[in-house]
Design a protein around this ligand. Sequence first.
Ligand code: FES
Ligand SMILES: [Fe+2]
Length: 418
Amino acid sequence: MFSAIGRLVNARLAFRRVFSTGRSAVFQMQSRQHDNRVDQELREMVHRYDLSVPIDRAITPPSSWYTSPAMYKLEKDTVFKNNWLAIGRKDQVQHAGQYFTANVVGEPLVVCRDLQGQLRAFLNVCCHRGMPVAKGEDTVSQFDCSYHGWSYALDGRLLKATKMKGIQNFKAKENGLKSLAVTTWGPFVLVKMTGNSTGVESKGLKLDKVETVLKQLDYDPDVEDVVFAKRITRTINSNWKTVVENFSDGGYHVDVTHKTFSDGYYDASTLQMLDVTEDFTIQVLKTNPNNPKAETRIGKSSTYIYIYPNFMISRYGPWVEAITLIPHEYDRTDFVFDFFLDKSYFQNKPRDEVSNFIEESVGLADKIQDEDDEICEGVHLGLMSSAYDAGRYVPRVEMSQYVFHQRLAKELRSSENI
Ligand code: FES
Ligand SMILES: [Fe+2]
């Protein structure tokens, strides 16, 4: 009797095992099919931009490049992994123990100067449960995780893990913070998520032409002749590429979008594309000669430099303005504006005059940015709409956008999954 029941139970268990194995095999197959379909869609999306067509006949990338989470993920794994990304300033990590944090394309980062004075960068993630080990910016002698109290040296080594008695196969030296490549250029700090990830400062950015142009504008990035004056941060509901395109459209939008300012401050008809390469673009715009106030504030001309993928520098009057773009999602991008002022500007000037000048100039840049934000957010709505698929280039002024898209397309295609 018992053996008959036993046989029945065993048969049912065997049936269940076969059934559930079958079900999980079906599930795995369905999920593989789903992944293949997504890969196929992404591949088609990337290849919809035809690299071989010259600007006068070319079609811009499709709107899905700006509105698809899968495309954003691909950019994250290619563009934002393979290139130097501007993320902060040297003065934020001037002294031993000083650090700042950032969050770029979903990766929490920390840059610090270790106790030996070496610049280092890490993923800001505790190896125990993933809590960031550093917040904001500060000066410390080590990083202490605020969750369970593990601590790390400023060179990334795990120094202390609490209540670990009884753990097997655990080696502290295999459990440090993950290092990133880090470099400086002028007063800026840049990191790279792949490549030489020793965490030790490396020489990496080759921008000879940009440096030559800046030196002609009385600003040498190798000489510490500007001081940090003010930071402004903004978030915009738009794809990061729309912001890049708006910055480097050969001035096409200036006298329309910025009518008030272009009338008062700039002569929009003078905008000139000085250089367009896949690594950077340089544009120059002359100041309105009929407004004496304009020249005091922004000098005789403004030079706008875009450095692929997320960095922009403007030089005008005594100012160096740096914009770092920090994408968080396909439809959300942070701007960090850092304003630097020529040291020579401070000479023999009362403090009040300098601080008024800073407030007024930064206020002006901020107002112009309000107008740009409105444009970028408006464009994003349009890109999300079924009414828009892709557009055309205006060849005489939009060469930098065309070159930007060519570079992007090449990088996206270089992914082994595409
Ligand atoms: S997550 Fe950092 S100590 Fe637990
Ligand atoms: Fe603008």
